[in-house]
Ligand binder design. Structure first.
Ligand code: G4P
Length: 524
């Protein structure tokens, strides 16, 4: 018998590009003892290899467009950190990654405050009631007033905040943070290492040791700030945090190793271990004996030397064991693998067993689609793994008719991976590619050539918005369909999609056809 597994703490970092996600990821691994030196994860602008980026194109672009997983053990927890691409042109991977985590860490640049990408990702967490810990980064730079940033968080993200610490000064005057729970001051040192920071007892802010370390005007401001903080913000409770409505907030400077240890401690203290999952059939409890999990991401060709396709599976209940025969309910087929992959800090390695909260990589020969369940026989349909309405469309042309097989296979596989969405217009049978960001078209072109040996060209189309359509009323549907036949397409699962030139036209169509259901997401 194996010993009891460590509780899993599975979370993703959400942030706007440049807020410091890569730096924090690296520092969490460093402070967590998973890596020994800095500079391994972070290499957006140089030749160093990255831990979080798998694909060559990501290195070329200098942005993280795919999602990876980093696991490490810390303080009797197995921590699974899921990377989410932060670039504006990211694909739906980011959204879907948030379906596989139990909590999120939101990183905000204190100079810039709440930014657009954070807003979108936070919205998804709020929708899913994912608990969020907030880290205000870059306190070593002259930034916005902390009250102002927290006000933005509360107003724009509809999230109540509860500071666990408070900064003393900012930018050149940044002296450290006051820990509201422990009543201690952690002094800032721009050259800090992973060794302990200098900590002052601050139960009495008028003590000599405090006065010696903090300038008078900063101490005065700190006292005023603390009075306000204690008066304005609620204390965090486990319940309010787990409900996803109140976010504990910490301040620091990841680049300078400052505040990272406390952040890791807060994650261990607050972040939930593997939780429940909803399926169409029933609620899945992590402690159930029977194994279940779902695929939230598929990534082809992680290793360019081997043509392999990896499906990322989140384990929801039971134990996943290698060589055991599982059921794939969608197809009714069985699945067995001798080499499930675990994702460690910098590597993927073979594993024998994995537990609720873990992410494993399964070699796939085309069986899996995003949202698919894997079980010990039970038919389960996991909820809330949607496809999102794309905002950009291009007609894709096969430039090499001799390679149509490769071309078609590429489109199928890239759409199964969630890199793009592929639509076929109902009337003219043209292939349209739908994306959330422009970069996805470049990725498609690059991968079509480099991995499949096919080539393509894109043409612009008049559509800018799409939504899934259906109706219970046959007469209304026939009328709608007859009228808009040239604006209807089928998605990869043969569901009907209505294409419109702009939101105004779409809204008019919606008004004119009350018996048709228009949906901006499609589950499964
Ligand atoms: P991202 O993954 O969220 O896109 O951000 P990343 O960590 O790459 O950080 C973006 C930039 O912000 C980097 O600088 C990084 O060094 C800097 N940074 C991160 N944390 C802090 C901090 O606490 N204080 C300060 N002052 N800067 C911080 P860069 O110049 O764009 O990159 P590089 O040349 O340093 O690699």
């Amino acid at each position: 018998m194996s010993s009891t597994p460590l509780p899993r703490l599975t979370f993703a970092i959400i942030s706007h590009p440049d807020a410091g996600k890569t730096t924090i990821t690296e520092k969490l691994l460093l402070f967590g003892g998973a890596i020994q030196a800095a500079g391994l994860v972070k290499s957006k602008h140089g030749g160093r290899s990255t831990v979080s980026d798998f694909m060559e194109i990501e290195r070329q672009r200098g942005v993280s467009i795919s999602t990876s997983v980093m696991g490490f053990e810390f303080l009797n927890r197995k921590i699974n950190l899921l990377d989410t691409p932060g670039h504006a042109d990211f694909s739906e991977d980011t959204y879907r990654t948030l379906t596989a985590v139990d909590s999120a860490l939101m990183v905000i640049d204190s100079v810039k405050g709440v930014e657009e990408r954070t807003r979108k990702l936070c919205e998804i967490c709020r929708m899913r009631r994912t608990p969020i810990i907030t880290f205000l980064n870059k306190l070593d730079r002259e930034g916005k007033d902390p009250f102002e940033v927290l006000d933005e968080v509360e107003r724009e993200l509809n999230l109540t905040v509860s500071p666990l610490s408070w900064p003393i000064g900012q930018g050149k005057e940044f002296k450290g943070v006051y820990d509201l729970t422990e009543e201690k001051i952690f002094l800032f040192d721009a050259h800090a290492t992973t060794e302990d920071a200098t900590i002052l007892d601050a139960t009495n802010l008028d003590s000599d040791s405090v006065k010696e370390s903090i300038d008078e005007h900063l101490l005065r401001k700190l006292k005023d700030d603390l009075e306000m903080v204690r008066g304005v913000y609620p204390s965090i409770t486990e319940e309010s945090y787990l409900s996803g409505n109140v976010s504990p907030v910490l301040f620091g400077s990841a680049l300078n190793n400052f505040g990272v240890r406390e952040l890791l401690a807060a994650l261990v203290r607050y972040a939930p271990s593997a939780g429940f999952f909803e399926t169409e059939q029933r609620l899945i409890h992590p402690d159930e004996a029977s194994f279940s999990g779902f695929i939230f991401k598929i990534h082809a060709n992680l290793d360019p030397k081997h043509r392999d396709r990896i499906a990322f599976l989140r384990i929801c209940s039971g134990v996943f064991e290698k060589n055991k025969i599982y059921t794939h309910p969608r197809s009714g087929k069985t699945y067995r693998t001798a080499t499930p992959l675990a994702f460690m800090a910098q590597n993927r390695e073979a594993t024998d067993r994995a537990y609720p909260g873990d992410i494993i990589g399964l070699h796939d020969t085309g069986l899996f689609r995003i949202g698919d369940a894997l079980t010990e026989g039970e038919v389960l349909d996991f909820k809330g793994i949607p496809a999102f309405s794309p905002q950009l469309f291009r007609r894709i042309i096969n430039k090499d008719p001799l390679k149509s097989k490769q071309f078609n296979r590429a489109l199928t596989e890239l759409s199964e991976e969630g890199v793009i969405q592929v639509f076929t217009t109902y009337y003219t049978k043209e292939r349209l590619i739908g994306a959330v960001g422009v970069l996805q078209f470049d990725v498609t072109q690059f991968r079509l050539t480099s991995e499949y040996g096919a080539s393509c060209a894109f043409e612009s189309v008049d559509f800018n918005i799409a939504c899934w359509v259906s109706s219970q009323d046959k007469q209304a549907w026939d009328k709608f369909f007859g009228f808009y036949e040239n604006k209807i397409a089928l998605d990869s699962k043969d569901r009907y999609v209505f294409l419109a030139a702009n939101r105004w036209l779409l809204e008019r169509t919606i008004e004119e056809h009350p018996k048709i259901t228009f949906s901006f997401t499609s589950e499964g």
